[in-house]
Design a protein around this ligand. Structure first.
Ligand SMILES: Cc1cc2nc3c(=O)[nH]c(=O)nc-3n(C[C@H](O)[C@H](O)[C@H](O)COP(=O)(O)OP(=O)(O)OC[C@H]3O[C@@H](n4cnc5c(N)ncnc54)[C@H](O)[C@@H]3O)c2cc1C
Ligand SMILES: *C1O[C@H](CO)[C@@H](O)[C@H](O)[C@H]1NC(C)=O
Ligand SMILES: *[C@@H]1O[C@H](CO)[C@@H](O)[C@H](O)[C@H]1NC(C)=O
Ligand SMILES: *[C@@H]1O[C@H](CO)[C@@H](O)[C@H](O)[C@H]1NC(C)=O
Ligand SMILES: *[C@@H]1O[C@H](CO)[C@@H](O)[C@H](O)[C@H]1NC(C)=O
Ligand SMILES: *[C@@H]1O[C@H](CO)[C@@H](O)[C@H](O)[C@H]1NC(C)=O
Ligand SMILES: *[C@@H]1O[C@H](CO)[C@@H](O)[C@H](O)[C@H]1NC(C)=O
Ligand SMILES: *[C@@H]1O[C@H](CO)[C@@H](O)[C@H](O)[C@H]1NC(C)=O
Ligand SMILES: *[C@@H]1O[C@H](CO)[C@@H](O)[C@H](O)[C@H]1NC(C)=O
Ligand SMILES: *[C@@H]1O[C@H](CO)[C@@H](O)[C@H](O)[C@H]1NC(C)=O
Ligand SMILES: *[C@@H]1O[C@H](CO)[C@@H](O)[C@H](O)[C@H]1NC(C)=O
Length: 531
């Protein structure tokens, strides 16, 4: 169903009602601002107009750019929102939803802005950005079992807050980049280096507060279990605005052990092919306390492998495990670094131990903005030596692409694939992330990096999941399909890759909670076609 755009409405009103003078027609910005300002109830302590930025506001571009994490989607031709509402209060969210709906404007919801393809701040038609960065409170219960975190909180703020309040006794399983927002990251699953022990972030989320398409504030008991299921891995932006999550904190040992073994060509006479063969045999089966991420890149036409590890225990115990199960790696005591869990957050950012205070994880604005492309795959059976050699060749020929192989298994295999909307559970050995980063503008460089990524992705097709070729929602990739006019058929193309058999159930939930498809975007869950 297509409603007339607000422009058409305004123009027709103008034509019929103002015959006498050539006063300018009210523009969308003004109409929207008027609407949200008049919205009742409003909180007198935080009037919404003080948190609203239209293009006339001198801060508009800064506010927009503050949470753009992919420079590919911020230039002079990028379509800008009609307004950004940086909500500071739940009534601001209600007003934004109500007015966007009334004026047929699309809504984009942004928490940390890390969406790889910018879908939290881009649209091809007139739209509003609901920016959540002001809503970032973290309330940890005194027993240290749970916490309520608002969507605009970053992982760094959550990690730091939890470690601080618990004297380093508690942590939370989530991503390795502290700038990620709780809003997008959790609703797409949220994986990190404690995944094999504790599962994803969503496996440790027990409640949520949302605002739905009717502007109602709901929690788990009032929204219904089906919607709460969908929010855990299905991408919340198809259903509602998440205001806050209730998370279950997990125990972390006093000291964890980390390492990063980098091999170029070979290590101690064992070549990289053999190390990767062995890694595939053990990575998803080894002790659940141990996570070893393998990153493959090239250096001077030679394959470079990094085995980066996180062990929830001390180095003696870690070495016992690696010596027994992965002796080829030859991990030794001096390569193992014991530190507090909160300090390991910096290690995973490649910050050398002891060179920065843990408060750096509270920085919201990155030092460097980059252009990037990401894609994902799942691997379900071991890749042979011949396969690995072909993969290494593809990497050498496309030297600006790296691959991160993240092992599953452990807790990930214990949780049924229907438990939450996130479907990639037992049967997956590891997930691949393809990455290309570049630092200069211009389409030539961009196209070169994009085609290199595509070539590596194609070279991988014999070795990864098929029918569908599965993808991870948090690794947003518009190449796998987009929906321009929100039909079920369009949505199914990317929907089964992200959600497999959970897609149909997501469609049912969507059809129940948002039948008019207000919460739609380029990769949203469609409503069912049969009305
Ligand atoms: C540097 C970097 C490192 C990363 N590392 C990891 C990692 O270790 N593990 C991992 O799992 N992923 C990782 N990711 C991917 C990341 O989890 C996703 O990009 C995630 O969606 C980011 O959440 P966000 O709130 O920052 O993003 P946004 O861009 O703000 O949002 C992403 C999506 O969620 C929606 N959304 C955001 N907030 C809300 C809300 N409050 N209510 C409803 N919908 C909302 C948006 O509309 C959009 O569709 C990484 C990304 C980057 C750029
Ligand atoms: C666009 O161009 C103007 C002036 O030419 C510049 O000030 C602005 O920062 C540019 N960028 C964006 C994203 O609009
Ligand atoms: C809102 O903005 C107006 C105009 O800038 C200012 O006078 C007022 O003090 C602000 N109100 C609050 C509560 O910040
Ligand atoms: C500008 O941004 C748009 C996305 O909004 C992108 O498609 C386009 O390629 C960018 N232009 C350049 C020159 O990078
Ligand atoms: C907690 O944070 C406060 C304020 O930043 C700081 O003074 C204190 O030392 C921290 N405590 C711990 C245990 O990290
Ligand atoms: C490792 O050795 C095998 C056997 O000699 C060879 O086929 C393979 O290409 C080597 N791998 C690398 C990365 O050099
Ligand atoms: C790369 O390899 C070439 C040829 O083997 C060699 O001359 C050069 O020094 C190497 N460069 C680096 C940075 O290792
Ligand atoms: C290391 O941890 C194990 C338990 O995993 C414990 O038995 C051992 O005493 C610890 N060793 C040291 C040196 O702390
Ligand atoms: C441990 O490994 C490092 C790096 O390979 C090496 O420099 C060091 O000599 C090794 N130490 C021991 C005790 O084997
Ligand atoms: C690609 O990698 C090569 C070799 O490292 C480098 O010289 C080149 O600048 C990279 N290209 C881009 C676009 O980053
Ligand atoms: C949207 O759907 C209509 C009807 O099925 C179709 O004709 C049109 O090509 C589709 N795409 C766009 C961009 O409107």
């Amino acid at each position: 169903m297509k409603s007339p755009t607000i422009k058409t409405l305004i123009i027709s009103l103008f034509l019929f009602t103002i015959p006498t003078s050539f006063a300018s027609p009210p523009n969308l910005e003004d109409v929207f601002t008027q609407c949200i300002t008049n919205f009742k109830p409003s909180n007198p302590k935080s009037p919404i107009q003080n948190f609203t930025y239209t293009q006339k506001n001198p801060k508009f571009l800064t506010i927009l750019n503050n949470y753009v994490r992919n420079l590919r989607y911020f230039n002079n031709t990028t379509r800008k929102p009609v307004a950004i509402v940086a909500a500071a209060d739940v009534t601001h969210i209600q007003a934004t939803i109500t007015c966007a709906k009334k004026l047929s404007l699309q809504l984009r919801i942004r928490s940390g802005g890390h969406d790889y393809d910018g879908l939290s701040y881009l649209s091809t038609i007139d739209f509003i950005v609901l920016d959540m960065f002001n809503l970032r409170s973290i309330e940890i219960d005194p027993k240290l079992d749970t916490a309520w975190v608002q969507s605009g909180a970053t992982l760094g703020e959550i990690y730091y807050g939890v470690a601080n309040k618990s004297n380093d006794l508690r942590g939370f399983p989530a991503g390795v980049c502290p700038g990620l927002g709780a809003g997008g990251h959790f609703s797409g699953g949220g994986y990190g280096n404690m995944m094999r022990k504790y599962g994803l972030s969503i496996d440790n989320i027990i409640d949520a507060k949302i605002v739905d398409a009717k502007g109602r504030v709901l929690d788990r008991s009032s929204m219904g279990e089906d919607l709460f299921w969908a929010l855990r891995g299905g991408g919340a932006a198809s259903f509602c605005v998440v205001l806050a999550w209730k998370i279950k904190l997990v125990p972390v040992p006093e000291k964890v052990t980390v390492f990063n073994v980098i091999t170029v060509g070979n290590r101690g006479g064992v070549n990289t092919t053999e190390l990767v063969v062995k890694w595939q045999e053990i990575a998803d089966k080894i002790d659940n306390d141990l996570f070893i991420r393998l990153t493959l890149s090239t250096s001077n036409k030679t394959v470079k492998a990094s085995f980066m590890g996180m062990f929830l225990g001390n180095s003696s115990k870690l070495l016992e495990i690696t010596n027994a199960k992965f002796p080829e790696l030859g991990l030794n005591k001096t390569e193992c670094i014991e530190m507090k869990w909160i300090e390991s957050v910096l290690f995973w950012l490649d910050i050398p131990p002891g060179t920065a205070p843990t408060t750096v994880m509270l920085n919201r604005i990155p030092q460097k903005q980059i252009y990037l492309k990401r894609k994902s795959d799942y691997v379900q059976k071991p890749i042979s030596r011949t396969g690995l050699d072909a993969i290494f060749k593809a990497l050498i020929e496309n030297e600006n692409v790296t691959m991160a192989w993240n092992p599953y298994g452990g807790r990930m295999s214990d949780i049924p694939s229907t438990e939450t909307a996130f479907p990639h559970r037992a049967g997956n050995m590891f997930k691949i992330q393809y990455a290309a980063n570049w630092f200069v503008p211009g389409e030539a460089v961009a196209n070169e990096c994009l085609s290199q990524t595509e070539r590596v992705f194609q070279a991988m097709s014999p070795y990864v999941s098929k029918n569908p070729r599965e993808a991870f929602l948090n690794y947003r990739d518009v190449d796998i399909g987009t929906s321009l006019n929100s039909t079920y058929e369009e949505g199914k193309v990317y929907g089964v890759k992200y959600f497999k058999n959970n897609f149909e159930r997501l469609v049912q939930v969507k059809t129940r909670v948002d039948p008019d498809n207000f919460f739609r975007y380029e990769q949203s869950i469609p409503v069912h076609s049969r009305h």
